[in-house]
Design a protein around this ligand. Structure first.
Ligand code: SAH
Length: 298
C-alpha cells in the first residue's frame, strides 16, 4: 500500500480482538498446513502448537496465537495465562490446567510432556498455552523434544515475554543509548543442586538485568549484585502483574528496594529490573492509561 493510501472503509467497527481473529479464521487451515510442513518429524494426525500467551493483556497476543486459541479443541494451560486470553477459546473446548508455581507444580514436567504426546496422538489441534514466550524460562524446549521424539507435528508461536510487557507498560526501556547497551534475562529460581547465577555477568555496568522469578530471593539478589560491583545506588524496580489491570510498579535502589517491596507486599508474578534505565520509569509512564481508546472515542 503506498504511504498515503487509506484503509478501505467497510471494516466492522469497532475492530475487537475477537472480530479480528474471526475475520482471519478462514485462513486457519492454510496456516496450519504451513506449520505442519515446516516440521521435520513424521507428521501424525494431530498437531500441538506451543503458544506464547504473553504477560497478561490479551491484546498483546500475536494474531496467530489468537487464531490458534480460538480453533483448538483442547488447551493445556499454565497458571500465568490470563482469563482474558482464555476467553478466546472456542465454546466447548477442553481446558486442562497444568499450572506451575514455584515450589508447587501441579503436574511434573515429565507428565506434561507425556500429556502433550498423548493428546497429539489423538488427532486433534492441541494448544499448549504458556505465559509470556514459550522459549523464555518456559521449558518449551523440553516439551518440543518430547514431541519430536514421539513424531508429533508441532509448531511454536512466540509471545511477548514478561520483560518486554513490563518494560512497555511501566515506562522502563530495557536499552537506552545513554544508560544501557545490553540487556540480560536471568531466572532467580534455582533447581536443587544447580549452580548459582554468574553474578559478575549480571552486575556489569551499562547493562539492564531482568530477573524472572526473583521476588522470593529479592534481598539476596540485590546483595549479590552489590557484592559483584553494581553500586548500591543503582536504580531497581519490581513490576508485579505486568500489563494486567492489577499491575504495580515499585522503584528504589539495590539497597532500598527489598524493604520497599516488603512494605508494598509485592508478590509473584513480578520481575526485578536493575539498571539506570529504571530512573526513566516516572517520566516515560504511559499516559493516559488507554491513549488509543481515548482518541477513538471521538
Ligand atoms: N515464559 C514466561 C516466563 C515464565 S517464568 C515469559 O516469557 O514471560 C515465570 C516468571 O515470569 C514469573 O515468576 C515472573 O517473574 C515473570 N512473569 C510472568 N508474567 C509476569 C507478569 N505479568 N508480570 C510480572 N512478571 C511476570
Amino acid at each position: 500500500m503506498p504511504p498515503s493510501a487509506s484503509i478501505p472503509s467497510g471494516m466492522p467497527a469497532p475492530v475487537t480482538l475477537r472480530s479480528l481473529f474471526e475475520l482471519l479464521g478462514g485462513r486457519m487451515d492454510e496456516g496450519l498446513q504451513a506449520g505442519r510442513s515446516a516440521v521435520r518429524a513424521k507428521p501424525s494426525a494431530g498437531h500441538v502448537a506451543l503458544v506464547g500467551a504473553g504477560p497478561g493483556d490479551p491484546e498483546l497476543l500475536t494474531l496467530r496465537a489468537a487464531r490458534l486459541i480460538g480453533q483448538a479443541r483442547v488447551l493445556v494451560v499454565d497458571h500465568l495465562v490470563s482469563d482474558g486470553v482464555l476467553e478466546l477459546a472456542r465454546p466447548g473446548a477442553e481446558l486442562i490446567y497444568v499450572g506451575k508455581e514455584s515450589g508447587h507444580h501441579t503436574l511434573p514436567q515429565e507428565e506434561i510432556n507425556a500429556l502433550l504426546v498423548r493428546l497429539g496422538r489423538e488427532g486433534r489441534l492441541v494448544v499448549r498455552l504458556k505465559g509470556g514466550d514459550p522459549y523464555i524460562f518456559g521449558r518449551g524446549g523440553e516439551e518440543v523434544e518430547a514431541l519430536i521424539e514421539a513424531g508429533i507435528s508441532f509448531e511454536v508461536v512466540p509471545g511477548i515475554t514478561a520483560a518486554c510487557g513490563a518494560s512497555a507498560y511501566a515506562g522502563i526501556p530495557l536499552t537506552h543509548r545513554d544508560h544501557a547497551r545490553s540487556v540480560v534475562f536471568a531466572t532467580g529460581h534455582r533447581r536443587a543442586g544447580q549452580d548459582a547465577l554468574d553474578w559478575s555477568v549480571l552486575a556489569r555496568p551499562q547493562q539492564t538485568a531482568v530477573i524472572y522469578m526473583g521476588v522470593g530471593q529479592l534481598a539476596a539478589h540485590c546483595a549479590s549484585l552489590i557484592d559483584h560491583g553494581r553500586g548500591a545506588a543503582t536504580p531497581a524496580a519490581l513490576v508485579e502483574n505486568a500489563t494486567s489491570p492489577r499491575q504495580r510498579v515499585v522503584t528504589g535502589t539495590l539497597e532500598t528496594l527489598p524493604a520497599i517491596a516488603a512494605q508494598a507486599g509485592i508478590r509473584p508474578p513480578a520481575l526485578l529490573i536493575v539498571g539506570e534505565v529504571v530512573s526513566l520509569a516516572g517520566r516515560l509512564q504511559p499516559f493516559p492509561a488507554q491513549p488509543a481508546e481515548a482518541v477513538l472515542a471521538d
